[in-house]
Design a protein around this ligand. Structure first.
Ligand code: B12
Ligand code: SF4
Length: 574
């Protein structure tokens, strides 16, 4: 039996494509369990196949699956429907299963209106899907009634079996990294909080379940062996158990895994001890849901955190050289210029170095969506419209699209305007044990202004001066190849080649094998006309395409036409 697991495309493209381009972690768990039971299963990341129905058709003909499972969030449900339709045209016998958070809360809607959807797996998917596959494999239709967590059509009506029991011991699930490569990992399932805009509590339950520390670290090690060096820890609140997190951090340090990672937490679930260990073990960013500066709005959203907790968490996190990233939501019930001003005040107080601003969306499975449906006596038929989602402001006559856009503009501009001040105010813990980490922190932040996310934002003033200051701050803590390179390149851009050579040479004394430093200093030498010095360095970099290119340039400048042509030819074949 051939099983395809597909992550379908969303309707709209995003500013940050990364948000929608990653296969949900759950699909790896599901596939690993199927593999353990000797099923032929393949995962397809089709987040970018919108408008490519011919390719989709050809691929489905080629793969010829018996069952297709789609991972549905919400924004990608139409992608799932479109692909399912093509799959049914190709082979009317293929069984289509929808699963995931977006399928769970709209199971009845999908089974009522979309004949191409045969089954919906509700909630946590591993065992329900496996049981369904085993039934289909054995051809025992009557047993479908016994598959917990399954909804389907029977005798012309939609039917939902009893819910599946939550997997109490998450470690009984095979480690997906035995078969797959990915960067998103998690320790827990469930969230003890109950924010009204979030689907997690209803989907996973408010009882938090854990993988063991050993399972989690084994997963990291397997991925590390595959060459993965950066992880996204995707738990709703990774730090919910201080003991477990510290144990994990100690194991990462003991095993000398040279990794960096980002996590998600809550401002009321963080303390100095945990931050100490997280930073030591390579954590570089923690994202916190702050949502709004208005206490009134936070209350309406069910976000039970105080301004004091928010301030403390941001201060403490940044002290350890971890980027504290804030999630804010605007366009909320009772949003006004006054509440936007309160959000700005809070931003000024917590001085975050990164913010993601979202407009409040209403998702099935959330208290706010239920409230909207009840207020307007609506049914799930609203999702028959070919739209991704419904934004809260569209349901509230006191808010208009123009006003929301103005709010967003104001928030973003104010943040960018203040960002240089926030950078200036950074005050890291003065502990020599952390100096290498601090050095890494400042050089990475510098890079963000110099070449990364902030480099293209006009509203941020004096980016190259900020970057220079940060690279220099990095070097006050410890030597850092990224900082030397960054500074060397900044001087190059300013055509201050002698200074560039000086700084890059200093870097090369400490990091003699850093190829980018060698390449960069060679370019500076070329710019001051010292082609012999440049060649001396470049000839060691013949395995790099850029190296070969600049060797050709040097020979050309030195009038060695034969060698220049030789290297140019070599460059063209690389
Ligand atoms: C980490 C995370 C992200 C990460 C990465 C996600 C990833 N690709 O792994 C990033 C930052 C990229 C991200 C992006 C977005 N996210 Co997000 N994200 C999460 C978070 C915190 C954890 C997801 C996770 O790893 N869960 C653990 C794994 C094991 O579960 P899982 O993947 O859901 O799979 C299980 C089940 O869902 C089910 N299942 C899943 N697929 C399938 C398929 C089949 C066939 C079957 C049978 C079962 C099944 O079985 C799996 C195993 O039990 C969740 C909250 C949560 N706790 O669920 C929000 C959440 C899923 N995200 C949410 C949102 C809104 C978004 C964005 C739309 C944000 C934005 N505005 O751009 C984007 C876009 C995503 C998209 N394509 O639509 C919402 C979804 C609401 C909804 N109904 O759509 C959630 C629930 C948070 C919330 N505020 O409510 N997200
Ligand atoms: S927003 Fe975060 S804290 Fe709130 S319920 Fe969702 S996952 Fe939990």
């Amino acid at each position: 039996m051939k099983i395809l697991l597909i992550y379908p495309y969303c309707l709209e493209s995003r500013l940050n494509d990364e948000d929608i381009s990653v296969v949900p972690q759950g699909l790896f768990y599901i596939a690993a369990l199927l593999k353990k039971h000797a099923y032929d299963v393949e995962i397809l990341n089709w987040h970018n196949t919108s408008n490519r129905s011919q390719d989709i058709k050809a691929e489905l003909i080629n793969k010829n699956p018996d069952v297709i499972g789609f991972s549905i969030l919400h924004a990608n449900r139409w992608g799932g429907i479109d692909i399912a339709r093509i799959a049914k045209q190709v082979n009317p016998q293929v069984k289509v299963v929808f699963g995931g958070i977006g399928a769970t809360f709209l199971w009845e809607h999908f089974l009522t209106h979309f004949p191409e959807v045969d089954f919906v797996v509700i909630g946590e998917g591993e065992y329900s899907f496996l049981n369904l596959i085993q039934c289909l494999d054995q051809g025992t239709a009557y047993q479908l009634d016994h598959v917990k967590g399954l909804a389907f059509r029977k005798d012309g009506r939609v039917r939902r079996n009893s819910d599946a029991d939550p997997i109490c011991d998450l470690d009984q699930l095979p480690v997906p990294a035995q078969h797959f490569s990915y960067q998103h990992v998690s320790l827990t399932r469930g969230c003890a909080a109950n924010c009204h805009f979030c689907g997690s509590p209803q989907f996973w339950g408010r009882q938090v379940r854990f993988h063991s520390v050993d399972y989690f670290v084994e997963q990291l090690s397997l991925l590390y062996q595959q060459g993965i060096r950066f992880f996204y820890v995707s738990d709703d609140t990774f730090t919910i158990s201080t003991r477990r997190v510290i144990e994990i951090c100690k194991k990462i340090i003991q095993t000398q895994m040279d990794v960096q990672w980002a996590a998600i937490s809550r401002v009321d679930m963080i303390n100095a001890e945990i931050l100490y260990w997280m930073r030591k073990a390579g954590c570089i960013q923690i994202s916190y849901g702050v949502e709004s500066g208005s206490e009134k709005i936070r209350k309406l959203l069910g976000k039970t955190i105080s301004s004091q907790q928010i301030r403390q968490a941001f201060e403490l996190t940044q002290k350890y050289g971890i980027m504290a990233r804030a999630f804010f939501i605007y366009g909320c019930p009772q949003e006004s210029w006054q509440t936007i001003e309160e959000t700005i005040e809070l931003i000024d107080a917590i001085k975050p170095l990164s913010i993601i601003f979202y407009i409040l969306d209403l998702y099935p499975g959330t208290a706010l969506f239920d409230d909207y449906k009840n207020r307007n006596t609506l049914s799930d038929d609203i999702w028959l419209q070919r739209i991704e989602d419904i934004m809260y402001f569209e349901t509230d006559p006191s808010l208009s699209k123009d006003l929301i856009l103005e709010f967003g503009k104001k928030l973003r501009n104010r943040f960018y305007e203040k960002l240089p001040e926030f950078v200036e105010a950074l005050d890291l813990v003065d502990d020599p044990e952390f100096y290498p980490q601090h050095s890494d922190f400042f050089s990475r932040l510098a890079l963000t202004f110099d070449k990364g996310d902030y480099s293209g934002i006009d509203a941020i003033a004096h980016k190259d001066q900020i970057a220079e200051k940060l690279y220099r701050r990095s070097l006050t803590y410890a030597p850092n190849a990224r900082a030397y390179l960054g500074l060397g390149m900044l001087y190059q851009q300013r055509r201050a080649f002698d200074e560039s050579i000086q700084i890059l040479r200093a870097g090369l004394e400490i990091f003699p094998h850093e190829e980018q430093l060698q390449l960069c200093v060679a370019i500076s030498y070329m710019n001051v006309g010292d082609y012999h010095q440049a060649l001396g360095l470049l000839l060691k970099l013949q395995h790099l395409k850029e190296g070969v290119y600049f060797i050709a340039q040097c020979y050309q400048a030195l009038d060695d036409v034969t060698k220049a042509e030789l290297y140019l030819k070599k460059y063209q074949t690389l």
